[in-house]
Design a protein around this ligand. Structure first.
Ligand SMILES: [Zn+2]
Length: 294
């Protein structure tokens, strides 16, 4: 992973005041099947994932209200009916990943599953965020189910094509920041998939943060936990996907997939560990700087 592009992203991932929306956040890209029953239906930079089962679909993330028609159009383009979205999931309740949830929930009647802390943030439409205040607001949306750590959400039961997504609470970037994993089949192979969360701390006050006093402990516990998930001695995620296209080289891999080849370019077992290590180091560096400004 290129350091430079990640640094740039750390800046881009800030929901800016007055919302100067980077062009790439709304730039359309051709929707496509990533692996197994997972499809990409987001924009050039902001991810949205459709996971198809015989009993309806999961939609993970609805980036920006402005993108809702584009996302639903992408789903139709792939030959699926957006009305069959049964479950709405979210990586974290910032506008660039949750801004379209209210509109999609209203159109589909899907049930929204959120962690407790991000359900509170989503219910306020992103207002009173511990870092951004009211600067990155979006249409408020109410969760139907509050997720517990380690909870699985299943569609299609245990029948062929049935799929479970598992939620891991990985707070820091938001208080209810959530990592999702699932398994997909490609022919006779099975892959562990991680939908990695945003791990940046864009402009965050890390030292003595009165509106999020446990922020440092939360980030460190999250890095530890994701580090274990990426431990080569354990079942390591084979397919690394994430919230922002440039976190996982979306454009390059999508082009490689289109070009065809023997191995799916999204199968890349080392990248998740590199991603976690990169942000862990960036976090510790920022913290050190804030505690000991030179
Ligand atoms: Zn965010």
């Amino acid at each position: 992973m290129k350091l430079q592009s990640l640094l740039l992203l750390a800046l881009l991932a800030v929901p800016a005041a007055a919302m100067d929306i980077p062009e790439s956040w709304t730039t359309p890209v051709e929707p496509f099947r990533v692996a197994g029953n997972i499809y990409y239906v987001g924009t050039a930079e902001l991810s949205s994932w459709l996971i198809v089962t015989p009993e309806g679909y999961f939609l993970l993330d609805a980036p920006l209200e402005e993108n809702v028609e584009l996302i639903l159009g992408n789903i139709e383009k792939l030959g699926f009916d957006p009305k069959k979205i049964r479950v709405l999931l979210n990586s974290h309740a910032h506008v660039d990943h949750a801004g379209g949830l209210a509109a999609i929930k209203a159109k589909t009647g899907a049930r929204l599953y959120l962690s407790k802390a991000d359900a509170e943030l989503a219910a306020r439409g992103g207002r009173d965020d511990f870092a951004f205040g009211d600067d990155a607001a979006y249409p408020p949306v109410t969760a139907d189910v509050i997720l517990l750590d380690g909870q699985g959400v299943t569609l299609g039961g245990f029948a062929p094509g049935g799929t479970t997504l598992v939620a891991y609470l990985t707070p820091g970037h938001t208080k209810g920041n959530t990592t999702w994993t699932t398994r997909v089949r490609e022919g006779d192979r099975e892959f562990l998939v991680v939908f990695a969360p945003s791990l940046s701390a864009p402009g965050y006050k890390l030292a003595r943060n009165d509106s999020y006093p446990e922020i440092v402990d939360d980030y460190r516990a999250t890095f530890e936990r994701l580090g274990n998930l990426a431990d080569p001695a354990r079942p390591t995620p084979d397919i690394f996907l994430s919230t922002h296209g440039s976190f996982f080289d979306l454009a390059k891999k999508a082009a490689a997939l289109r070009a065809g080849g023997t191995e799916n370019p999204f199968v890349s077992p080392d990248e998740f560990r590199e991603f976690v290590d990169y942000w862990r180091q960036a976090f510790e560096k920022s913290l050190e700087k804030q505690r000991d400004p030179k």
